[in-house]
Design a protein around this ligand. Structure first.
Ligand code: GDP
Ligand code: MG
Length: 679
């Protein structure tokens, strides 16, 4: 495949899948591939954490580097075709080792000796390989040993120098990620010069190079061994003794695989401490530094990497979380109480954090922790509206349920108002609390106290309203009953116009009123009414009772009824004698004085009835007067005026009316006497 970016990804000749795919990490335009991260994932290494290694190769062109790598790691790098001797593609390639978590880098290129313009690329490639790998295989022919140019020692010197300048700033003793193993592989080792001798030569050369390096001032005293470990191995001639070659390669391969062996090359000290999922970004950063020779050190690079990766990991962790949170947003906004929302939210939160921790905890601790805090606050600010919505909905539904329960109970027959309200409050305020506690998420500063306070206020005001309605209903019922109770006795008393008529009426009134008041007080106890409410209710009750009495009196003193009473009274005294026998007028009867007496006695009733006035002053009844209240729609109530049944002019009017009636009786009596005389 040839991507638009000019990078190449090649599968192996066989279709054995992604594992053997190789990728051009840096192309001949010196560009870093944007696809490395994806490729690492395709190799199945993305989640390997620290459980992977990086190895690269260094050496002149056509020294059998690619051949060696393919043998050692089962990779698929291009090998120069013997018959055509054509140049392979320039750049740095990477492939995953077969059956091993190793990223292998092969560096292709021309020899700087021959093509001056490529020296820059070669130097950069070498620098990059050195800085990003744990083990650098330095590949050289046996006959190159000791030859400064031939063994690329000049290049090595430059690389050491720049490497020190760019990446060596931190104390090598402290910086665990700085150590690298240089594994010298001497090709076509015939054996006449023993390996130890070659090793000594190379070591001496390297130390010489190291001494002559121009080092940064603060690194003047540092040794080659502070940065590098050296290892050596020889390989027989591949063409002359192919069997031996293959056998030795196999031996060498073991050193890359067998962790138990002492000569296992991937020592923990060489590991860069970059999680596998961050390798691509990290290497790109190194390449940028190499390219620009920017004077940055690796620790800074690692912190930058951590910031970038932790952000990425956090975003990924949030994506799933956001989906989950979104699923409950609608129902909550629609006013529903979502069952178990707290548990859901706690799960989403824990899961998102776990996703983040799994990948991000391997990065720079400070950055990891800071970004985790950021992630948490994003999560919590997403969950908070759900929590608040849930509270609001709980509040609403509990209040509605409370109202319904109270109303239903009040519709019943026997109930104790205080009990009904108390139980319903406990139940629904409790339900709110339970739901609110469930919706809380540990580690947040969420609180349901305010909403709970509001709910309590509202249930209280509903209870108050109900109590007022109930009290009103009760007062009405007591009033109706009162009316029934006083009707007959008052009517009877008013039909007997004795001097103590009002005493009797008021006695009845007061007795009945006392009973009504105690009925009220007994019931009011279960209502938890306040002192003030009781006072108002009792005042209302008294006033209404009084008005009931007045209307009964009014009914009994209406013109026709009252004139009837007068007539009956008069009749008893004028038309009947003291034994209750109807009179038959005789000539000697003193009609005039009998008439006069009867009339005067009868007319006295007008003043008796005209005012509610008991003979016993202790029976007097009093109510406070009230001015009219336009707010409460009440007319003014002037108690003294309610004691007056007939005004003065009304008395006169009634007297006149009765006089006319009685005069008629008188005339009739006279006539009957004349006719009896005439017989
Ligand atoms: P590179 O350019 O360093 O990657 O070298 P290649 O692996 O492409 O090999 C270049 C040539 O050297 C090829 O023709 C190989 O067959 C040959 N070759 C590989 N390994 C050896 C070896 O160990 N000894 C000799 N003499 N030739 C080899
Ligand atoms: Mg090659």
């Amino acid at each position: 495949m040839n991507g638009a970016n000019g990078h190449t990804t090649n599968g192996s000749a066989s279709t054995s899948g992604a594992t053997f795919e190789r990728i051009q990490v840096i192309n001949d335009e010196k560009q870093f591939t944007p696809d490395l991260s994806k490729q690492i994932e395709r190799w199945g290494l993305r989640d390997a954490g620290f459980n992977y290694n990086v190895v690269a190769v260094f050496g002149s062109q056509s020294t059998g580097k690619s051949t060696l790598l393919n043998r050692l790691f089962g990779t698929t790098f291009d090998v120069m075709d013997e018959t055509r001797r054509q140049q392979t593609t320039k750049g740095i390639w990477m492939c995953r080792g077969k059956d091993m978590n190793v990223m292998v880098m092969d560096v292709e290129g021309t020899d700087g000796r021959e093509r001056g313009e490529d020296q820059d690329f070669e130097r950069k490639s070498a620098l990059f390989s050195l800085a990003s790998s744990e083990v650098l295989i330095v590949n050289l022919w046996e006959h190159q040993v000791g030859l400064y140019q031939g063994a690329n020692m000049g290049l090595l010197k430059t690389v050491f120098e720049v490497n020190l300048g760019l990446f060596g700033k931190k104390s090598p003793k402290g910086g665990a990620n700085q150590r690298t193993l240089l594994l010298f592989v001497i090709r076509d080792h015939i054996g006449t010069t023993p390996l130890v001798n070659l090793q000594a030569t190379i070591t001496a050369d390297l130390n010489k190079i190291w001494e002559t390096l121009s080092k940064p001032p603060e690194l003047q005293g540092c040794q080659l061994s502070d940065y590098f470990d050296l290892a050596f191995t020889g390989l027989p001639h591949k063409i002359l003794v192919p069997d031996k070659f293959e056998a030795e390669v196999k031996q060498l391969r073991r050193r890359f695989v067998d962790k138990e062996k002492d000569d296992f090359v991937f020592k923990p000290a060489y590991h860069k401490g970059i999680p596998a999922d961050g390798v691509a970004f990290y290497m790109e950063g190194i390449w940028e530094q190499v390219q620009s020779n920017k004077d940055l050190d690796l620790p800074t690079q690692q912190e930058l990497l951590a910031q970038f990766r932790c952000d990425e990991i956090s975003t990924a962790a949030l994506a799933e979380f956001n989906e989950q949170a979104k699923s409950q947003r609608k129902p909550v906004e629609a006013g529903r109480v979502v069952e178990g929302l707290g548990q859901l939210m706690r799960n989403w939160r824990t899961e998102a954090l776990a996703r983040y921790d799994r990948d991000a905890s391997r990065y720079h601790k400070g950055v990891y922790k800071r970004k985790r805090q950021d992630l948490l606050s994003v999560i919590d600010s997403t969950l908070s509206p759900l929590f608040l919505g849930q509270l609001k909905n709980l509040h609403k539904s509990c209040l509605v349920a409370f109202k319904k329960e109270v109303m239903d109970s009040l519709r019943g027959q026997d109930y104790n108002f205080a009990d009904v309200v108390g139980k319903a409050r406990a139940k629904w305020e409790g339900a709110f609390l339970e739901g609110a506690k469930e919706a809380c998420v540990e580690g947040t500063e969420w609180s349901w106290a305010e909403e709970y306070g509001l709910l309590k206020e509202e249930t209280q005001s509903v209870a108050d309203q109900c109590r007022k309605d109930e009290t009103k209903k009760m007062v009405n019922a007591i009033e109706r009953n009162f009316k029934k109770q006083i009707s007959e006795p008052v009517e009877m008393s008013l039909n007997q116009p004795t001097g103590d008529m009002w005493d009797k009426v008021l006695k009845t009134f007061k007795g009945t009123l006392d009973k009504a008041e105690s009925t009220y007080l007994a019931k009011a106890k279960s209502f938890n009414c306040t002192e003030k409410e009781n006072k108002t209710a009792l005042a209302t009750l008294r006033k209404r009772a009084w008005l009931v009495l007045r209307s009964k009196i009014d009914e009994q003193t209406a013109d026709t009824v009252f004139l009837g009473k007068l007539r009956a009274h008069f009749d008893e005294r004028f038309r009947y004698d003291e034994h209750g026998v109807p009179r038959v007028w005789k000539p000697h009867d003193d009609i005039d004085s009998i008439f006069k007496n009867a009339k005067e006695q009868t007319l006295e009733l007008v003043s008796l009835y005209s005012r509610i006035l008991p003979t016993d002053p202790s029976l007097e009844f009093r109510l406070p007067s009230e001015p009219s209240d336009s707010l409460n729609n009440t007319d003014d109530f002037d108690f003294p005026s309610t004691l007056i049944i007939f005004s003065d002019s009304k008395c006169l009017d009634l007297t006149n009316k009765f006089r006319r009636d009685s005069d008629a009786y008188y005339v009739e009596a006279k006539r009957s006497m004349v006719s009896s005389v005439a017989q």
